[in-house]
Design a protein around this ligand. Structure first.
Ligand SMILES: Cc1cc2nc3c(=O)[nH]c(=O)nc-3n(C[C@H](O)[C@H](O)[C@H](O)COP(=O)(O)OP(=O)(O)OC[C@H]3O[C@@H](n4cnc5c(N)ncnc54)[C@H](O)[C@@H]3O)c2cc1C
Ligand SMILES: NC(=O)c1ccc[n+]([C@@H]2O[C@H](COP(=O)([O-])OP(=O)(O)OC[C@H]3O[C@@H](n4cnc5c(N)ncnc54)[C@H](OP(=O)(O)O)[C@@H]3O)[C@@H](O)[C@H]2O)c1
Ligand SMILES: Cc1cc2nc3c(=O)[nH]c(=O)nc-3n(C[C@H](O)[C@H](O)[C@H](O)COP(=O)(O)O)c2cc1C
Length: 618
């Protein structure tokens, strides 16, 4: 049907544009647009981001007639998530609630808990997956990822699917896991009913759009009377959701304490920060993290404003839709100014009169671009690619929202009611001739005062949790700030009077200045809450000693603990430590379990599948 002024509410120009566009759309694009328009309409009606996040807006989508050719069989949907820090899991839970509301029998499951022999039977398959490491799947997606990409993966011609990919455009392999799943499912013959959505760090709106699109695409399925058994493993509804304070509506937590844990003469600074949760209704469990919305460095903000000769008081879009703030406040609180990404440079080209910037973005200069982005910030870009026509008003177009930083919780709520404690190490380094300051850690170290209010939310992490049985032994490996969650674990076990054995491997540079929470561990050792403590101070001896060396030295006993059912937890540096610790575990299992390296690796994978080997790495 051709749209005309007479048969539609559009002007002739609008009708012409739509007549051009509509015939070019694929079925998946129409479905996506369906959902998007519902979401857009609700958003422009002033709906707060928090409401979007809660899924309230999405209710409207059930009324949208779906264009999808949906199967008329039972209304069953399988939602699988691969999540390291909980975002994908939470979004998968939201889709599950949405589809259940539409009368679907939903199976919601972590990928590693899903029985793959059911895959072929599922009429609808929805995947929500983040990317970690250097383009790697999250831990709980690994086995499913490998299965799906192997020859054993079944043909999926009878399956309709869609993928939501979470990631961060500042990483080289942006959303790689989700992209791989999307491509592989299509290769196996599954039919995409809503296009994949790739989310950057500020994922709420894009994810809500995807949920709406999926909901819309499936809404022409048979009536709700066909609802059968309740979902098998829907159970991720968040405790934090019981509070009104969320990622999109953070709680202003009062700072009760902020002390440096490192001794005088240390080359590191690690803050122990105590925050009040009073009146928030927020709760958490050991293993969860706190998301902190930081402030940018005021000096850097002033340098940018003065470089561009802006009036710092000019009002610009900032915060929720329709809100404004002075450009100074916007750069301090709302926009990211310390990270360069390819999408940012692609937008910046329009405002730069320097042809070299467009040159840098050409596909043949991929490697130069990668090198340029590494370690540079907005001020570097401005200085390097003059002249600029950027106006203060353009910040909203050009810049990403300032993302929150996550910190592993270092306290037990039972030991410290209505409080949460964090362990934040200051990040400072030199790059491209300038001193660089980590946004959040430097804010916490240099400017955050007792009595200040810090915007926070609780980020649940179901993938890093103490065993349910208090008698189960636990082995904790946490060098540096990686030790933070283990203070929470041990306080929790102390409060519960748990009998299970506990073993902590801790390491840092120097015994005298860098032994974080030393007195806590000593007291816990005395009280029997901590059964064993092994430490590795890397710079007190000629040869470096790391936690994995202590593990290897204690290999026989460590393997005995594993055989007794111990759970192993690793927290801290992802790039080196976590890999080396994993290699040490495999060596120990091989040596004391009489296994080959392959068998030992399979043993560890099995522990991971059972939730007995959990990692919280960054
Ligand atoms: C689940 C999770 C839990 C975490 N828990 C903790 C915790 O308990 N304690 C803690 O301190 N941190 C923790 N982190 C890390 C924390 O979230 C922040 O990433 C960290 O504090 C740095 O943030 P920032 O804003 O200060 O620095 P940013 O402004 O974000 O700068 C950090 C970036 O600077 C770059 N960089 C850092 N050092 C160098 C260098 N030497 N050379 C070149 N580039 C460099 C890297 O690109 C790095 O990503 C955790 C992260 C995650 C994901
Ligand atoms: N993504 C981010 O934004 C971000 C921000 C901050 C920190 N991090 C990461 O988080 C990690 C934790 O930082 P941190 O400051 O708490 O501690 P850390 O740098 O990990 O240092 C803690 C101890 O671990 C040692 N170590 C170094 N390499 C190791 C290895 N391969 N295996 C085992 N131990 C090793 C260090 O020794 P030496 O130093 O003597 O070698 C030190 O004694 C950092 O390494 C960093 O990569 C990430
Ligand atoms: C240590 C670390 C490594 C990451 N690596 C990547 C990456 O390679 N590619 C990417 O797109 N995103 C990367 N991210 C961003 C995450 O995918 C993003 O934060 C996502 O929202 C996390 O979702 P989850 O909580 O479901 O795991 C990384 C994040 C962390 C903390």
């Amino acid at each position: 049907m051709q749209l005309l002024v007479t048969n539609s509410p559009f002007t002739s120009e609008q009708a012409e544009l739509l007549n051009k566009l509509l015939p070019t759309l694929t079925e998946a694009q129409i479905n996506w647009l369906n959902g998007f328009l519902t979401f857009y309409q609700a958003g422009s009606a002033g709906t707060a981001a928090a409401e979007l996040a809660s899924g309230a807006v999405l209710e409207a989508t059930t009324a949208v007639p779906a264009a999808a050719d949906v199967p008329q069989g039972p209304r069953e949907a399988t939602i699988l998530f691969g999540s390291q820090t909980g975002n994908s899991q939470r979004l998968a839970g939201r889709l599950a609630e949405k589809l259940k509301g539409q009368g679907f029998d939903v199976t919601l499951s972590a990928m590693n808990k899903y029985k793959t022999n059911k895959l072929k039977e599922t009429p609808y398959l929805f995947i929500v997956a983040s990317t970690h490491g250097e383009g790697d799947p999250p831990d709980n997606a690994l086995t499913f990822y490998e299965f799906l990409h192997s020859k054993r993966a079944p043909k999926l011609e009878g399956t309709k699917f869609s993928v939501l990919a979470l990631g961060d455009t500042s990483y080289e392999f942006f959303c790689k896991t989700g992209r791989d799943f999307d491509a592989r499912l299509a290769e196996l013959g599954a039919q995409r009913i809503a296009d994949r959505v790739d989310c950057d760090v500020d994922f709420e709106e894009a994810a809500s759009g995807w949920i709406a699109a999926v909901s819309s695409a499936v809404s022409a399925a048979p009536a709700a009377s066909q609802v059968s058994v309740a979902a098998a493993s829907v159970g991720t509804a968040s405790a934090a959701a019981e509070s009104e304070f969320t990622r999109t509506n953070p709680f202003m937590a009062e700072v009760l304490d902020n002390l440096n844990l490192n001794g005088r003469g240390s080359d590191r600074e690690t803050r122990h920060i105590e925050l009040s949760l009073e009146g928030s209704g927020l709760t958490y469990a050991p293993g969860d993290a706190v998301g902190v919305y930081p402030q940018n460095d005021p000096e850097l903000v002033e340098e940018i404003i003065s470089f561009l000769k802006w009036n710092g008081d000019e009002a610009v879009p900032a915060g929720k839709a329709g809100e404004t703030a002075s450009v100074r406040t916007a750069l301090l609180h709302h926009y990211e100014i310390t990270v360069l990404t390819k999408p940012l440079l692609e937008k910046a080209v329009a405002f730069s009169g320097n042809a070299k910037l467009a040159e840098l973005l050409k596909p043949e200069n991929k490697e130069e671009l990668k090198a340029y982005l590494n370690g540079r910030d907005l001020l570097d870009l401005l200085r390097d690619y003059e002249p600029w026509t950027l106006k203060a008003q353009d910040v909203a177009t050009l810049l990403r929202k300032l993302p929150p930083r996550l910190y592993s919780i270092a306290s037990s709520l039972n030991a410290h009611p209505e409080e949460v404690h964090l362990t934040i190490r200051k990040v400072e380094y030199e790059a491209h001739g300038r001193k660089r300051k980590g946004v959040c850690s430097v804010y916490a170290s240099e400017r955050l005062q007792i009595g200040d209010k810090l915007p926070i939310f609780i980020q649940q992490n179901p993938n890093f949790k103490l065993p349910v049985n208090p008698d189960t032994p636990v082995i904790m490996v946490g060098p540096g700030t990686g030790v933070a969650p283990f203070r929470a674990f041990l306080e929790e076990r102390e409060e519960a009077g748990a009998a299970g054995k506990t073993w902590l491997f801790y390491g840092d540079r120097h015994f005298v200045t860098d032994f974080l929470y030393q007195t806590d561990w000593q007291r816990m050792l005395n009280d029997g809450v901590l059964s064993k403590l092994d430490v590795a101070f890397s710079r007190d001896t000629d040869e470096k000693v790391y936690v994995q060396h202590r593990m290897l030295e204690n290999g026989e006993e460590l393997f005995k603990w594993l055989q007794e059912g111990a759970h192993v937890y690793v927290c801290g540096d992802e790039k080196h430590m976590a890999h080396d610790v994993q290699a040490a575990l495999i060596t120990i299992i091989a040596q004391y379990g009489g296994k080959t390296q392959e068998e030992a690796a399979a043993y560890l994978s099995e522990l991971q599948e059972q939730g007995r080997y959990q990692r919280d790495v960054y």
